[in-house]
Design a protein around this ligand. Structure first.
Ligand code: ATP
Length: 240
């Protein structure tokens, strides 16, 4: 049996009277990639925010490696190996590209030196090497998403939570970003991904869950969901 990294049980969360999540349950095990897909407003971002401790939970629980997320400070979760890349990029806008990467490395330094880790990242995203001494806030949307994923590569989390990695990106950059996520997956990093691009998300993942109005309505292996007409019918025209 694989170790459970993330366990979410019967979790609900609201924005005032709006119930964004209605008793959702999910688990992510070591090395597993799970895609949560759903239409606009289904609650995907709220799920990520609740799991990472940003959106208060009204009932239910979320645990990472047995630690109650609602009682664990974000920096401690990061040290334990849970990295959240929020929607709209998770970069530190007023820091240079290289310093963004250095901070991600410093949270969880590994046997590799920063310079060695940096070289690998630059091989994957040569554009970031060209932009190394620029402020992250001055990068294009695509470059910022590259930087977010590069921070994940250099941080080597046990679990990466990534929200809409394809949002606002050209098909070419989306492809590059998903390629890098596939490398992380193959290196054994567990990934919880929320995405509107169902085809890309499921192709990357082992399992998938469909979120509709704050509830999971369907789940299964990514392979099965990719050919399930109930999933694809809801997202016609969204495959890139
Ligand atoms: P999208 O793909 O458009 O980002 P989503 O699946 O991520 O959608 P959420 O952003 O989690 O969905 O939204 C879930 C519900 O909560 C929606 O009804 C949305 O209008 C509502 N909501 C989200 N953020 C807020 C907020 N800050 N204040 C009030 N309601 C919100």
């Amino acid at each position: 049996m694989k170790k459970v990294l993330l366990s979410v049980q019967n979790l609900s969360a609201s924005y005032g009277p709006i119930r964004a999540l209605r008793g959702v349950t999910l688990e992510v095990t070591e090395g597993e990639t799970l895609a949560v897909v759903g239409a606009n407003g289904a609650g995907k971002t709220s799920l990520m925010r609740a799991i990472s401790g940003i959106l208060p939970i009204s009932s239910g629980t979320a645990n990472f490696l047995g630690h109650d997320i609602s009682k664990t400070p974000t920096h401690q979760l990061a040290r334990l190996g849970m990295l959240h890349v929020p929607e709209g990029r998770g970069t530190l806008q007023t820091l240079m590209v290289k310093d963004n990467l250095r901070l991600a490395w410093e949270i969880r330094p590994c046997a590799e030196s920063f310079e060695q880790a940096l070289e690998k990242v630059y091989l994957r995203f040569p554009r970031l090497k060209e932009r190394a001494d620029q402020w992250a806030g001055n990068l294009s949307g695509g470059e910022q998403q590259m930087l977010s994923v590069a921070r994940a590569i250099i941080n080597r989390p046990q679990l990466l939570l990534i929200d809409e990695p394809s949002m606002g990106l050209s098909p070419l950059i989306t492809k590059e970003v998903f390629h890098a996520l596939a490398e992380l997956r193959d290196a054994g990093v567990a990934i919880l991904l929320v995405e509107q691009n169902v085809k890309r998300a499921l192709e990357l993942s082992h399992r998938g869950m469909v979120l509709t109005h704050g509830e999971f309505t369907l789940q299964g292996s990514a392979q099965d969901l990719l050919v399930d007409p109930r999933v694809m019918a809801s997202y016609m025209g969204q495959a890139a």
